[in-house]
Design a protein around this ligand. Structure first.
Ligand code: SF4
Length: 318
């Protein structure tokens, strides 16, 4: 039984469908330390590109995973930090496409390294790039995203723009709003102008759905989210979920190999390592009966491996 360290999920993503995640960092290593981060506080705040995890290691795990499990709908580079910080990112994108021919490769990025021409060239191999840009007001950007020294909102915006000019794939821009921090009218005006100039294939306006790394980050209210979404032409989540549910059922029909108990346990733990989830979300993502998910979660909870806050199950902290 393979133990996966660089693979998490698959999880049901509202933007991408059934997404198998690749972690290119191995620890919370990022060029930002966002107040709202679901991974937790950034342990290493850096702009330095390194082989934080070797590309060969990630691809060997992906090969093993693909032999033992059904195919996801998309392979997504993300994980515990900023994937563009890994010097092997280009090779990992290329390798993932060889292992899963025909499957799109997506990259979640905070856009801080898009000012680097080498990073932009590596990202050209992806099919979908999902940059986040939470505020174009520099003070707000600094307060919410807490970037490494020298990184500005204007530079991130310029990097996305330069990438947009050459990239043939799709760009899904995400704006995450925190109450009272980056939900200002000034930010909305600047983002609206920017979105009009880069025409992303999709815009998502979201807020926290669970506690972030720092208590200062709280969810924006529904009216604010609707105002930003309307102005930025963001897609309504409900419609996406329906489309993705249709895609999910196709993938589930195509699934042929039932999960062994051991593999199931490993995949659920790996998925919860990435983010807390409800039994329903896990069931949907894995195409496994919800009762079986609940039984496993209860067992893991009694062993002390996971915790539950009445709704979400999370990996127990050491
Ligand atoms: S950029 Fe992403 S991974 Fe990095 S701190 Fe922010 S939310 Fe977390």
């Amino acid at each position: 039984m393979t133990t996966y360290r660089s693979i998490f999920g698959p999880v049901r993503s509202s933007r991408l469908g059934l997404s198998l995640g690749l972690d290119l960092l191995g620890a919370p290593i990022c060029s930002m330390d966002c107040l709202y981060c679901e991974v937790g506080k950034t342990r290493t705040l850096t702009r330095e590109r390194r082989r934080w995890v070797r590309g060969e290691t990630v691809l060997a795990e992906l090969s093993a995973y693909s032999r033992e499990n059904r195919a996801p709908e998309v392979v997504t580079l993300g994980g515990l930090g900023e994937p563009c910080l890994n010097l092997d990112m280009g090779m990992i994108i290329e390798g993932a496409k060889k292992i899963h021919p025909g499957l799109p490769v997506a990259v979640l990025t905070n856009a801080t390294l898009l000012t680097d021409a080498t990073v932009r060239a590596e990202l050209m191999g992806a099919d979908i790039v999902l940059p986040s840009l939470d505020s174009l007001v520099e003070d707000e950007f600094a307060a919410v995203n807490r970037p490494a020294a020298g990184i500005t909102a204007a530079a991130c915006a310029r990097g996305i723009m330069e990438f947009r000019e050459l990239f043939a794939g799709r760009i899904f821009l995400e704006v995450l709003l925190c109450k009272g921090l980056n939900d200002s009218q000034a930010n909305l005006e600047m983002l609206a102008d920017y979105v009009g100039r880069i025409s992303p294939d999709r815009v998502d306006v979201v807020t926290l759905s669970r506690p972030g790394a720092y208590a200062e980050a709280t969810a924006a209210d529904t009216e604010t989210l609707a105002r930003f979404a309307g102005r930025l032409g963001a897609k309504p989540r409900a419609a996406d979920r329906q489309i993705e549910a249709g895609r999910a059922s196709k993938a589930e029909t195509a699934s042929s190999s039932p999960l062994t108990d051991e593999a199931f346990r490993e995949i659920v733990l790996s998925s919860l390592r990435r983010r807390p989830q409800t039994p329903g979300q896990i069931s949907d993502a894995l195409g496994v009966d919800e009762e079986r998910v609940r039984a496993l979660l209860h067992r893991l909870e009694s062993e002390g491996a996971v915790t539950c806050d009445d709704t979400f199950y999370a990996l127990a902290r050491d």
